[in-house]
Design a binder for this molecule. Structure first.
Ligand code: SAM
Length: 262
């Protein structure tokens, strides 16, 4: 790569003011050249260490779709305001003129939850203590392909996959009496997936129930504890996320597919 494109802190100072945390932001022209060589309009550009968001900013102005990942608070203070300005056509700096950018598009912002499982001191997988009951139910619904929709009236309806098929997520250890009671309440015209920490009963005694254990069912659907990025999450609901599941949706929105949940 030729180095005739100087670092240009001005681009970012125009957006965020003079005293900024980023002393050596990448020049938009450099990223523009790389994105131009490596991608076509509509392609995805991933920057998993987003920093001040230059790569996503340039990709957006060039008509590429993008995913940025950032663990620092500057996601809030820099990346989101920067992309909002670009979408609103209020970023005069960088490659705006060169790529004839006038504004438009949108993005979704997700905050990742902590990992759902952790190992206890004996090395057994257990549910992360940071998860409360609602977070756990929502995460398991997502993993099992159910729409999270907790009922105010019926304690075992945490979500559904159809009008007759429901999911119940609990950290309780269930015995025959509890499972029989659930089975009676569900009745012959509905089915229920029960995801619990443990159960002591023969699950095939209840024709309308499917019973699974939480660490096992989660571990079987995700690669866990590996030192690589081949995370496999199956059965995600096909429906677009609801507004309540997003921390922020901006502009026209995209079909970005990040999930809230570890
Ligand atoms: C040098 S900046 C990247 C610049 C950026 N790619 C651009 O287009 O201007 C590196 C960023 O990676 C972030 N980072 C470091 N480790 C991370 C991780 N594990 N996950 C997400 N972001 C991370 C840091 O907070 C920092 O903001």
């Amino acid at each position: 790569m030729r180095s005739d494109i100087p670092m240009n802190p001005r681009e970012i100072q125009v957006l965020f003011g003079k005293s900024d945390a980023f002393d050596t932001p990448k020049p938009e022209r450099l990223i523009n050249r790389i994105v131009h060589v490596a991608t076509n309009t509509g392609d995805w550009v991933l920057d998993s260490f987003a920093g001040s968001g230059t790569t996503g900013a340039v990709a957006h102005k060039m008509g590429r779709r993008w995913i940025m990942v950032e663990l620092g608070e500057h996601c809030q203070t820099h990346i989101i305001p920067r992309l909002k300005k670009i979408i609103d056509g209020e970023d005069p700096g960088g490659v705006t003129e060169a790529v004839c950018w006038k504004g438009g598009g949108g993005f979704r912002y997700y905050r990742l939850a902590p990992s759902l499982l952790e190992k206890d001191k004996w090395g057994n997988w257990v549910i992360n203590k940071e998860y409360n009951a609602a977070m756990l139910a929502e995460a398991v619904c997502k993993l099992e392909g159910f729409q999270y929709a907790p009922s105010d009236a019926i304690y075992w309806q945490h979500g559904h996959s159809t009008a007759q098929d429901f999911i119940y997520v609990t950290t309780a250890h269930l015995g025959h009496d509890q499972l029989q009671q659930l089975s009676d309440e569900v009745g012959p015209d509905r089915t229920l997936l029960v995801v619990c920490t443990a159960f002591r009963a023969k699950p095939d005694r209840y024709p309308n129930l499917t019973v699974k254990k939480i660490p096992k069912t989660v571990l079987s659907q995700c690669e866990w504890g590996h030192d690589d990025y081949s995370l496999r999450v199956e059965n995600l609901p096909k429906a677009p996320p609801k507004l309540g599941q997003m921390d922020l949706a901006y502009g026209g929105g995209t079909d970005g597919g990040a999930v809230h949940g570890g």
